[in-house]
Ligand binder design. Structure first.
Ligand code: SF4
Ligand code: SF4
Length: 579
């Protein structure tokens, strides 16, 4: 299967920077819904399964997972017609110190916003309506949440509980509707918050008309820097509205119930606030298995929105939480007004991500293929990123994973392949322990040195000079040399190295006996040829002298001729041995 199909879709909220991905699968291990699809070793975000929670963005050590940056869209809106309203999530107090919190409204006005409000105003309305629902049906079970990741999780991965989601929009959507009702329908609303999922929420077909652009606090910081706006240069000023009651607490676990004026006592059995995926799953199971009345208030991120993936930096979570609590305490909410006019109702859909369980036979076939047919071979180690071997097999059937992701299976294969190579190589391989006793030998080594299992456990000196092994073991430095093993009539090029962690020494012997013998024969042939060439030249010199004398040439001419011939002979003699 090609990878093109799984690359980033237009508008996809969370995606992979392929060049940065090192295929470590940490994102897969962290992804609460296993929305990472591994194709040809590359970890892609499957847009159909992803709930945009941002966990993988926080987890990836290579920063290969990223969210869509919408700064250009925000700037385009600012340049267009209509009043511009900013809706700022209360977690801004976790991002900025007290000295800058009251300067943020001014900074956003310098970006061009006509109205700078707090999303907490929307939370107040959402909480009010949720409280009414709960009071009207005190024996029911209601899931009320400000968190779109939870909503999407329930729709796709716990669709049996969709009916229990309160049919009320999120604080972000509520605030956008309140702002438009107040400032006019042509108002452009930009939301600023810590949350990546809200980008996905704003893109839902039924909510697309509410928020025009969602920016994370990371993008907000980038935008201000781009425009050269620094908070210390902005004067202090209040937001353009004052949210009622305790609504500034809503990004923290239990905050929405508190905003609704419901008890959030940790011991209260009817109101359960949970944060983080593990607690969410447990709480949903509790709803499934009990008909006790309960109001469940979940947030997907541990410690709530102060841990959202769109928060810049990695500050201490509890310090961030403190920031929100302190700001809320220093800015007590206004008195509640009559309910705001807009309709804050919504409906939720069942959209199961998976088409149901696979038959056992299909799962077992995948397990067989990866050497895990027997229950004892199913380690359920989680190294592949899945909770169990059966989950991984199901992911293989779904096309989300490949059998090669099973690390114990691949290690077994590699060991088998490694063993096979060692068994079949024509080179001798011997493995010694720390005392240079023989631990293992391959067939080639046994043939070369005419030994068998009787040598196992004995010192290598029983077979050959142990000095090179001792030297390598002592120094830890690999060593390579050509050695003539006279007793075995072999000449070997031998390489010796240590494996310190295993406290073992390995010897590899390449038999070069034939090559050396051929070289020696060649040497003999060269020497013989040189000798014959010299004899021939001497003979020629003598013949020349004879001829000169016979022809009666002058002594001088004769000597000249002889000298030249001698020089010629010398030159040829030097040339002859190497020819
Ligand atoms: S954003 Fe969340 S759901 Fe999507 S791939 Fe990352 S961890 Fe999984
Ligand atoms: S807990 Fe808050 S920041 Fe995290 S996904 Fe939910 S709404 Fe977004």
């Amino acid at each position: 299967m090609g990878t093109q199909k799984w690359r980033r879709r237009p508008g996809q909220v969370v995606f992979t920077h392929e060049a940065r991905c090192r295929d470590c699968y940490r994102c897969l291990r962290a992804c609460p819904v296993k929305a990472i699809r591994v194709v040809e070793g590359q970890a892609y975000v499957d847009a159909d399964r992803c709930i945009a929670c941002g966990t993988c963005i926080r987890e990836c050590p290579q920063h290969a997972k990223a969210f869509r940056v919408d700064l250009e869209e925000a700037m385009r809106l600012m340049a267009g017609p209509g009043p511009k309203a900013a809706s700022v999530a209360p977690s801004f107090a976790a991002l900025l110190g007290p000295e800058n919190q009251n300067r943020l409204p001014g900074a956003l006005r310098r970006l061009g916003f006509d109205f700078v409000g707090e999303t907490a105003s929307g939370a107040h309305e959402v909480a009010r309506r949720t409280g009414e629902l709960f009071r009207a049906a005190p024996s029911g079970q209601i899931i009320c949440t400000a968190c779109p990741a939870v909503v999407q999780y329930i729709e796709q991965y716990a669709p049996d509980l969709v009916d229990r989601l309160a049919p009320v929009v999120s604080p972000m959507i509520a605030h956008a509707r309140i702002l438009r009702a107040r400032l006019g329908p042509e108002t452009k609303v930009v939301f600023f918050g810590p949350c990546v999922t809200k980008k996905a929420e704003a893109g839902r077909p039924e909510l697309r008309a509410d928020v025009d652009c969602v920016l994370t606090f990371s993008e907000m910081v980038q935008w201000l820097a781009q425009e050269g706006i620094t908070l210390p240069d902005c004067g202090e000023s209040p937001f353009d509205e004052s949210p009622p009651g305790d609504s500034r607490y809503f990004p923290l676990p239990g905050g929405l119930a508190r905003t609704a004026g419901l008890a959030t006592d940790l011991l209260d059995e009817q109101i359960i606030a949970v944060d983080g995926m593990e607690d969410l799953e447990q709480a949903l199971d509790r709803l499934r298995n009990s008909d006790e009345p309960v109001l469940l208030e979940p947030l997907f991120c541990a410690q709530g929105c102060v841990n959202g993936a769109g928060m810049p930096g990695r500050g201490n979570l509890f310090a961030r939480r403190r920031g929100v609590l302190d700001y809320a305490a220093r800015h007590p909410g206004a008195a509640a007004k009559a309910p705001a006019p807009p309709d804050l109702g919504t409906s939720h859909r069942r959209a199961p991500a998976d088409g149901g369980a696979f038959p056992d036979a299909e799962i077992n076939a995948v397990l067989e293929r990866t050497g895990k047919g027997a229950a004892e071979d199913q380690l359920n180690c989680g190294a592949c990123g899945y909770g169990s071997c059966r989950d991984q097999a199901a992911a293989v059937l779904r096309g989300m994973a490949t059998p090669e992701m099973c690390i114990p299976h691949m290690r077994r294969l590699a060991e088998q392949r490694g063993d096979r190579i060692i068994e079949t190589t024509p080179n001798g391989v011997v493995i010694l322990d720390g005392d240079l006793n023989v631990l293992a030998m391959n067939p080639a080594f046994r043939r070369m040195f005419q030994c068998g299992d009787g040598l196992l456990g004995k010192r290598v000196s029983h077979l050959m000079d142990a000095e090179p092994f001792e030297r390598v073991t002592a120094s830890g430095e690999p060593f390579e040399e050509t050695v003539r093993h006279g007793s075995y009539r072999r000449v070997c090029r031998q390489m010796i190295y240590t494996m310190p962690e295993e406290r073992q020494t390995v010897g590899i012997f390449v038999d070069i006996t034939r090559a050396v013998a051929s070289e020696e024969q060649l040497e003999t042939l060269r020497a013989e040829t040189g000798r014959k060439a010299r004899e021939l030249l001497d003979h020629q010199v003598r013949m020349a002298q004879e001829m000169a004398r016979f022809l009666g040439a002058s002594t001088a001419q004769s000597e000249e001729l002889v000298r030249n011939m001698l020089l010629l002979a010398e030159a040829r003699r030097e040339q002859a041995p190497g020819e």
